[in-house]
Design a protein around this ligand. Structure first.
Ligand SMILES: *Cc1c(COP(=O)(O)O)cnc(C)c1O
Length: 378
């Protein structure tokens, strides 16, 4: 059997172990230390220096702390893109708040501005407290931030950007993760860079960063003994994980280039196969890191369903993944309100994510290309 071609797997740069060794030699094996400070600074510089970054144990933790700082409490509502990974929505439920799901538009596959405004107007009319809007940049594709942010500010609701998949993407030259009151990054194993598990909260100012660190380290008041006036969390990134992150930051730009080359590779293939549409940038305002290349199959032209295609490629030891199943269709969120039509459902039903790793070889690409032509060009 051929080696397995993964959807997206970790890709070390080479220096990660040096940073980890430094941590061991200085015995900084704790959720603080020089690698944590260094990694935060690397991210801040990468994000153009006008933000503050707090390194945390996961992207999910970052979302949780963002919601807390947007004052989300029991009984409040938070608007959230429906077409996303469940981690975007779960922290809303941690706080006893209700997620209100909003549909996607077909150009970017992200939150539809019209559906967002409809949702806000109706929730406000019902007397609900809408405390935040979680916008996702799916698979690295920036959402329509001008439209979404202007609606959010019209109603004075803070935006939390879930940029977990979009480190290095930008919209009109502004990097994803730097638009909202908060931005969320993830360094889980299959993201564009990894710390084996980790995340970060991008803050607009030093006070928010301080508060984030305070909450992530059990909310200790300033006192010689352990004193607490608020509920705290154990969400800080460890100095060992941050060492991996520092090594990964040295190669982030290369990783973005490689992912974007994977997208070009698929563009060439599907220019020769009818009925397959790529999740492509609508115009030059949108610059995707193409963390994952996704496609939709036109059911009238393609003789194969996305699930059959996935299984066929799996039989060739090539891993693909369905599009995220929209949150409003998930049993766990069955009672949550939803605004939109069937766009996200259509994308789920017709779409598929293709292997997109930065570490795929020419021989991997040949295997993928051969398999796609075999099954789709009939
Ligand atoms: C990965 C991911 C998260 C969560 O990040 P973790 O670090 O795995 O907790 C949140 N939102 C989206 C869209 C993601 O892809």
């Amino acid at each position: 059997m051929n080696n397995k071609i993964w959807l997206s797997s970790p890709h070390m740069g080479g220096n990660e172990l040096n940073y980890i060794n430094e941590a061991f030699e200085a015995n900084w094996v704790a959720p603080l230390g020089p690698n944590v400070d260094g990694f935060e600074n690397d991210l801040k510089v990468f994000l153009n220096n006008d933000v503050e970054v707090a390194a945390l144990s996961s992207g999910t933790a970052a979302l949780h702390l963002a919601l807390i700082q947007c004052d989300v409490k029991f009984g409040d509502e938070v608007i959230c893109q429906s077409l996303t990974f469940s981690a975007s929505a779960n922290p809303i439920a941690y706080l006893g708040a209700t997620p209100v799901f909003v549909d996607s538009e077909f150009e970017t596959w992200n939150m539809c501005p019209e559906a967002l405004e409809t949702a806000i107007l109706e929730r406000l009319k019902l007397g609900k407290r809408v405390k935040a809007i979680i916008v996702v940049h799916l698979y690295g594709m920036p959402a329509k931030m001008d439209e979404l942010c202007s609606i959010a500010s019209k109603y004075n609701i803070p935006v939390i950007e879930d940029a977990a998949e979009a480190l290095g993407s930008n919209y009109k030259g502004k990097l994803c993760g730097t638009f909202g009151r908060f931005g969320v990054l993830s360094f889980n194993g299959n993201k564009i860079i990894t710390t084996s598990g980790g995340g970060a909260l991008v803050c607009t100012n030093q006070l928010d960063k301080n508060k984030t660190i305070f909450l992530s380290t059990q909310a200790r008041d300033e006192a010689p003994h352990y004193q607490h006036s608020e509920i705290g969390y154990n969400y800080r990134m460890s100095n060992v994980s941050a060492g991996i992150g520092r090594g990964q930051m040295e190669v982030l730009v290369n990783r973005i280039d490689s992912r974007r080359e994977m997208f070009q590779f698929y563009s060439r293939i599907f220019s020769k196969i009818e009925g397959v549409n790529l999740h492509a940038a609508p115009n030059a305002d949108f610059y995707s890191n193409h963390w994952l290349t996704a496609i939709t199959l036109n059911p009238e032209i393609c003789k194969i369903s996305p699930e059959k295609l996935r299984l066929y490629l799996a039989s060739k030891n090539i891993e693909c993944r369905p599009i995220w199943k929209p949150m409003h269709l998930q049993p766990v969120f069955a009672t949550s309100p939803y605004y939109g039509t069937n766009n996200s459902e259509d994308l789920f039903n017709t779409g598929l994510c293709l292997p997109s790793g930065s570490n795929l070889t020419d021989s991997d690409r040949n295997r993928i290309e051969e398999a796609l032509f075999e099954v789709l060009s009939k």
